[in-house]
Design a protein around this ligand. Structure first.
Ligand code: SF4
Length: 331
């Protein structure tokens, strides 16, 4: 870190955070961190059609829907805060990489929104090349916001613990749901569907809601692969593949393995076009046996049209099977 960078964000009083992509994984940490540094946090609104359209208009066609939506969120914050927080997330170690989109995000936002005078506050998390784990990246970031080392450590520690607490709460709630499902028998027991999707799809009411809403309307219980015990899921994923490079995809696959016996079916949801998912979905379809799998893709053009019909027929098939109908493990 050069000296010039020492406290170049010290004048930033309000920090804008796009409610998209890794916000759905680290949002609690990020918000707590900036609050601890005495900053105001401005979140973009929930995703809606207008944000996705704006992001799509700003993006090249080849970008995935999730990153198009992110740009819409980012654009909506320009003028509403002093700077946007856009971290560059490379990896957390070997075989623990993030999608390359996350590493390039600060440049993408700066270049795309340059003529709107966007200001980006960033940090780099990259263990393998830069020896920069998340903790160190955030301590460095805090000092750029003018915090002394003691304040920086306190902000990080509080933020990290809040995120851990939020993750534990989500995993605990899902565990309890599984236990209560396990205590129900026969026709009393609703279908348990495991939704396997990146958190910014699964928990975005607009993007993921197009899948979870029809499932719930049909009486199925939705379990989330990203709300399984992440550490155990990650460890388990190495039994599936020793070389898979992406940490989030690893956790999702590990969760399928952990929850396999508790679920009736699996719904894979990807944003079009997603490099990591296109490889891992293929491996999941080939290697995960014994549970019906529905593979859905959401894209900016067609949006959610047609999804509902496919979900309904998938649920019908699962119900039929549950009653002892034919066994057919691919849909
Ligand atoms: S993992 Fe897929 S959906 Fe997520 S940012 Fe990368 S390409 Fe897009």
């Amino acid at each position: 870190m050069g000296l010039l960078k020492q406290n170049d964000y010290a004048d930033v009083r309000s920090v804008g955070i796009p409610r998209a992509l890794l916000y759905h994984r680290y949002g609690t940490l990020w918000e707590t961190f900036f609050h601890e540094l005495g900053r105001e946090v401005v979140l973009s609104r929930e995703t809606d059609r207008a944000l996705v359209d704006e992001g799509s208009a700003l993006s090249v066609d080849e970008c995935c829907l999730a990153s198009k939506a992110y740009l819409g969120h980012a654009a909506s914050l320009v003028g509403a805060c002093d700077a946007l927080f856009v971290p560059s997330m490379g990896n957390m170690g070997h075989h623990l990489g993030f999608c390359t989109k996350f590493q390039a995000l600060p440049d993408l936002v700066e270049n795309t929104l340059r003529d709107r005078n966007v200001r980006v506050a960033s940090c780099l998390v990259d263990v393998t090349e830069e020896h920069m784990p998340m903790r160190e990246a955030f301590l460095d970031l805090a000092s750029r916001f003018g915090a002394n080392p003691r304040e920086a450590k306190r902000a990080w520690k509080t933020a990290f613990h809040e995120q851990e607490r939020a993750d534990r709460a989500a995993a605990g709630a899902q565990e309890r749901l599984l236990t209560s499902l396990g205590s129900l028998q026969g026709s009393e027991r609703p279908l348990a569907i495991l939704l396997v999707a990146h958190p910014y799809l699964a928990h975005d009411p607009y993007l993921g809601g197009s899948v979870t809403d029809p499932l719930e309307r049909m009486g199925a219980t939705v379990l989330y692969a990203d709300e399984a015990d992440r550490e155990r899921a990650l460890k388990t994923s190495f039994d599936f593949s020793a070389t898979m490079p992406w940490v989030v995809n690893r956790e999702l696959i590990g969760a399928i393995m952990l929850l396999h016996e508790h679920i009736d079916g699996i719904v894979l949801v990807s944003a079009f076009p997603c490099g990591p998912d296109s490889m891992t979905d293929d491996a999941i379809m080939r290697c995960i046996q014994g549970k019906p799998i529905l593979n859905l893709t959401i894209d900016a053009q067609s949006g959610t049209a047609g999804l509902e019909t496919r979900i309904e027929s998938f649920v019908d098939i699962l119900r039929y099977q549950k009653k002892g109908g034919y066994v057919h493990d691919r849909h």
